[in-house]
Unconditional design. Structure first.
Length: 175
């Protein structure tokens, strides 16, 4: 089976177009699209592409979308820093080496936000999709609901009056 055949699931055999919350968060943890599971979302460590190459989901769904990933990155960074300081104090008590603990804390404060950056983006995308499900036309079917009026194809409203299959604009010829 070629990679292109594996990339698009068959809508007739797929269990559900919407993955479970656990699966969406899991996809975010491995830097994949939460909607379809597609990868290769980053050009470089700090540069995310605009749309998923598999389902065509636009990652910045609304203006200000990435404020959430900043919050997640901050929580993880401060949590790591707090954990390191607590463990450092507990392990070395009563002779706490201030300079060594400060150096470790500084390294964590600089490195964790940088290392966690792409993960915070995809995890936030998963959380955002859980809070605000995909709207029609936001991602290609079967990953998202089809756009309005596209449920059954070009002839969803009845027979095609001009026989073009709905691909040509309707024109009126006057005598």
């Amino acid at each position: 089976m070629s990679p292109s055949e594996r990339s698009a699931p068959d809508p007739a055999t797929s269990r559900s177009a919407k993955p479970s919350p656990r699966r969406m968060i899991g996809r975010g943890l491995v830097r994949h699209c939460a909607a379809c599971g597609g990868g290769h979302l980053f050009r470089r460590w700090f540069r995310m592409i605009d749309r998923c190459p598999r389902c065509d989901l636009r990652f910045e769904r609304i203006e200000g979308h990435w404020t959430g990933d900043l919050g997640i990155n901050t929580i993880v960074s401060f949590g790591s820093l707090l954990l390191a300081l607590i463990v450092g104090f507990l392990v070395t008590w009563p002779d706490v080496p201030g300079l060594a603990l400060f150096t470790a804390a500084l390294a964590i404060a600089i490195l964790v936000p940088l290392a966690f950056y792409p993960f915070s983006k995809t995890i936030w995308l998963a959380l955002d999709l859980l809070m605000r499900p995909l709207e029609p036309g936001e991602a290609r079917p079967p990953w998202g609901p089809p756009p309005p009026g596209d449920a059954d194809g070009p002839n969803a409203d009845g027979p095609d009056p001009d026989g073009t299959g709905g691909t040509e604009p309707h024109t009126t010829v006057r005598p």
